[in-house]
Design a protein around this ligand. Structure first.
Ligand SMILES: [Fe+2]
Length: 131
């Protein structure tokens, strides 16, 4: 069975709809607040139905030389067309996209992990420099 980390999948987000995409500046000034957008399905759309959807994305920051990653944001997507009338009859679907704001003191890497209720865990990362 191995470790959970053995089952966190990676791929090119341009070809694989499950890979989270982190959009933020390549470089920021120390302690300046900036935005990081995390989404997926930018090139290949991921379904958003009661049966098949993205449940959550967690964003972490790991500073250069730091021992541990730090959780920055955990975004849950809780509406997927559920309804008393049945699956996909509901009035609302949360789209799997979120923007968070943060500041960092040192260069490092943003890591995102997304969870699809059918296809499991997927990760990606983006380095960010402090100038
Ligand atoms: Fe999926």
């Amino acid at each position: 069975m191995g470790n959970l980390s053995d089952h966190i999948q990676q791929a090119d987000w341009k070809k694989e709809k499950h890979v989270p995409v982190i959009e933020c500046p390549d470089s920021v000034k120390a302690d300046d607040i900036f935005q990081a957008k995390v989404t997926l399905g930018k090139e290949v759309a991921h379904p958003n139905t009661t049966e098949h959807h993205i449940r959550w994305i967690t964003l972490y920051y790991h500073d250069e030389g730091g021992k541990f990653a730090h959780e920055v944001a955990h975004i849950e997507f809780n509406a997927h067309g559920e309804s008393a009338e049945g699956p996909n009859q509901g009035p609302v679907y949360t789209h799997h996209e979120a923007v968070t704001t943060l500041k960092i003191a040192k260069s490092g890497v943003l890591h995102a992990i997304a969870y699809c209720n059918i296809h499991g865990l997927w990760e990606s990362s983006k380095p960010i420099q402090v100038s």
